[in-house]
Design a protein around this ligand. Structure first.
Ligand code: ADP
Ligand code: MG
Length: 356
């Protein structure tokens, strides 16, 4: 699904490569931690996967496409299959929650009807139903990252990249986000998360790829962070950190039990009150979503009018069939929206092009 073949990346004006001869492959459905100290090359790897940059040497193959030979004009279609979130959220400050999530769809030419349906679904998936009209500054950090996740997921990408997604969050909120990422992954989305924080990685027991000065020094399934004794302690506020780790451990226990009984879905409780300090607001009126769409249509980014053949090649329809289990608390609402059908939870496994 993602393959690095002897990838070296040199940035202009630097003497030492940011990545040297990096070689690994991520299979469909994996959850992979990309770890290493600041400057070790994690973000460089993610940028190569997103085709924001190209290797100096070697090859990066994502979803069966050799990104070296992918023409610039095809990049936007390719990126629809890859969701990405970052440490600094990158929300548009003057747009509401709804508009932030809708924006991606609008610029890629989705129909209004699709936007109207997909945005509330994505927000429900991340536990933000009812906050459509908020602006980013009216949200906690954890909520802002959820908006960013909803935006990353609204196109039903096959791969989710997360670059230090918990880097700006307190430990308890970080656990919420990790739960979400875990749940997204258990729905079949391949997740690659870059982090320099040891705690989560030890707890999650997922595959770990470790970089050091741009070289891959470890690639372990079910690995921890390795020898953490030499790492500086990054945990702020020990008591909260301990609570966070305990909470995460509990979640993972549940996860393991469910996997053991054959269920692949990780039911996640609604966000803990501690992580959601804001008072709940009354549910929005039925027409809110419509109003938002209308409002956002005042300054619509003109869709780039994709050629039909291109869209078909990029597998627009198939890309939206990647199932993501929904939050229990919103199950009813989402069912009413026909989400299961639209997300292909009926077992439709249509694939987009060749994958590896
Ligand atoms: P990480 O995400 O692990 O902190 P990065 O991939 O951001 O690491 O950086 C790896 C190395 O590449 C660092 O030495 C960094 O300074 C360098 N680097 C990253 N981006 C650029 C750039 N655009 N131009 C020059 N050097 C860069
Ligand atoms: Mg980085």
């Amino acid at each position: 699904m993602i393959r690095f073949e002897n990838v070296t990346k040199r940035y202009r004006g630097t003497s030492r490569p940011a990545l040297t001869d990096v070689d690994f492959e991520v299979q469909r459905g994996e959850f992979v931690f990309l770890v290493g100290a600041s400057g070790s090359g994690k973000s460089s790897c993610l940028r190569l996967i997103l085709r924001e940059d190209i290797p100096s040497e070697g090859r990066v193959v994502v979803l069966g496409r050799d990104l070296r030979t992918l023409s610039n004009r095809k990049v936007p279609y390719f990126r629809r299959h890859i969701g990405a979130v970052f440490q600094d959220f990158r929300l548009l400050p003057t747009k509401t929650v709804f508009q932030n999530v809708a924006f991606t769809l609008q610029v890629t030419g989705s129909s209004r009807a699709f936007v109207k349906q997909a945005v509330p679904e994505a927000l429900a998936l991340v536990g933000l139903a009812g906050k459509e009209k908020r602006f980013p500054h009216e949200l906690s950090g954890g909520e802002q990252q959820r908006v960013a996740l909803a935006r990353a997921l609204v196109n039903r990408p096959q791969v989710l990249l997360a670059d230090e997604p918990t880097g700006n969050l307190d430990p308890a909120t970080s656990v919420d986000i990790m739960q979400l990422l875990s749940r997204i992954n258990s729905g079949g989305t391949t997740v690659v998360m870059a982090t320099h924080e040891a705690g989560f990685v030890d707890q999650m027991r997922r595959r770990v790829i470790e970089l050091q000065n741009g070289e891959l020094i470890r690639d372990e399934r079910h690995g921890g962070y390795g020898d953490t004794s030499s790492l500086p302690s990054l945990a702020p506020e020990p008591e909260r950190g301990a609570a966070a780790v305990a909470a995460l451990t509990a979640v993972l226990e549940v996860h393991r039990e469910l996997v053991g009984t054959g269920s692949v879905e990780l039911p996640v409780a609604p966000p803990a009150p501690a992580a959601q300090p804001r008072a709940e607001e009354p549910a929005p009126e039925v027409d809110d979503a419509k109003a938002e769409v209308e409002a956002s249509a005042d300054t619509p980014p003109r869709p780039p009018a994709p050629a039909a053949a291109e869209a078909a090649e990029a597998g627009e329809t198939a890309s939206r069939t990647n199932p993501i289990p929904v939050v229990d608390a919103v199950q009813l609402d989402v069912d009413e929206l026909g989400l299961a059908d639209r997300l292909g939870l009926d077992g439709d496994e249509d694939e987009v092009g060749p994958t590896s």
